[in-house]
Design a protein around this ligand. Structure first.
Ligand code: C2E
Ligand code: MG
Ligand code: MG
Ligand code: MG
Length: 281
């Protein structure tokens, strides 16, 4: 009955909306508290040299260690953090935590590799990323080459002059730049022409399809050729199977990352991997 009564429908609708808004506000409050009470953690996943099998770097991946729920993946809360601009302080925390960990590994005499962190477009829009990076490197006394910034291709959907300026500044500082999730955005080749990247990461969707026909293999091979011509490293992400590792190596990828080698692990497990650098040789 009520669905034929417009005012009842409206009431239901606004109730649902109110509920939804309250949920979002709630979650944002919880996320803010999570940041303030040390519930955020960086996990590290190795990037492996596909020829030597040695670990060449680590990607820092954010986790929310929720007291009731356990680990929450970034896809579940980064979009919310972006909506509420909480991504600003969260991104600051990620940067400083990665630098703090790098400093601790160095001080502990571990065979340290560079670390990659992920930055979203909103973080650049909030401003002063180059300054923040410069300050963090100075605070923890780290050379810029120890830090790689991963930026997904989708950031270029808006042609931002400010973003271009930031990337040029960062590159000139000696920080490494990586184009993440390559192949999922649009006009990919144009971005390679317009910006300087030290590394291109082929999106895992191509890796998952390697066995399904010639197309993914052709694409991976073409990206590897382009990357080599540009003097950039090419990383295959999402390597889960030994056959995928063999295929991407043969297609010209220099580095790989994926569950086949290791899932992202806690900082203390990462120390163990560093100690046993040739774990995957
Ligand atoms: P991404 O940067 O493309 O990171 C790779 C994602 O693939 C990670 O998911 C990683 O755990 C997952 N992965 C790695 N190897 C495999 C594999 O072999 N198979 C499969 N199925 N997955 C694999 P995760 O950690 O859930 O992160 C998702 C996304 O969240 C990241 O994608 C990145 O865009 C974003 N993100 C993570 N940490 C941060 C952060 O600190 N700041 C920002 N702004 N974004 C972050
Ligand atoms: Mg990434
Ligand atoms: Mg990626
Ligand atoms: Mg991704």
């Amino acid at each position: 009955q009520s669905q034929h009564n417009p005012s009842a429908t409206w009431t239901q609708y606004t109730k649902a909306l109110e509920h939804q808004t309250r949920e979002t506000v709630n979650l944002t409050t919880k996320l803010r508290r999570a940041l303030e009470t040390d519930q955020l953690e960086l996990h590290y996943q190795p990037q492996v040299d596909l020829v030597s099998g040695g670990i060449v770097s680590a990607e820092a991946l954010l986790r929310w260690n929720h007291p009731q729920v356990g680990f929450i993946a970034p896809d579940q809360f980064i979009p919310l953090a972006e909506q509420s601009q909480l991504i600003g302080p969260i991104g600051d925390w990620v940067l400083r935590q990665a630098c703090r960990d790098l400093r601790a590994w160095r001080d502990g005499g571990l065979p340290v590799t560079p670390v990659s962190i992920n930055l979203s477009l909103i973080e650049f829009q909030l401003g002063s990323i180059p300054d923040k990076i410069r300050h963090a490197l100075a605070e923890f006394d780290l050379p810029p080459g120890m830090l790689t910034l991963e930026i997904t291709e989708s950031v270029f959907e808006q042609h931002s002059q400010a973003l271009r300026q930031d990337l040029e500044t960062l590159s000139a500082m000696g920080v490494r730049l990586s184009l993440d999730d390559f192949g999922t955005g649009y006009s990919s080749l144009g971005h390679l022409n317009d910006y300087f990247f030290d590394e291109i990461k082929i999106d895992k969707s191509f890796i998952f399809q390697l066995d399904e026909g010639p197309y993914s293999q052709a694409i991976v091979k073409a990206v590897a050729v382009i990357a080599a011509a540009l003097g950039a490293d090419v990383v295959a992400e999402g390597l889960e199977l030994v056959s995928q590792v063999a295929t991407v190596r043969q297609l010209g990828c220099t580095k790989g990352q994926g569950y086949h080698f290791s899932r992202p692990v806690t900082e203390s497990c990462w120390r163990q991997l560093l100690i046993d650098q040739n774990a995957f040789a």
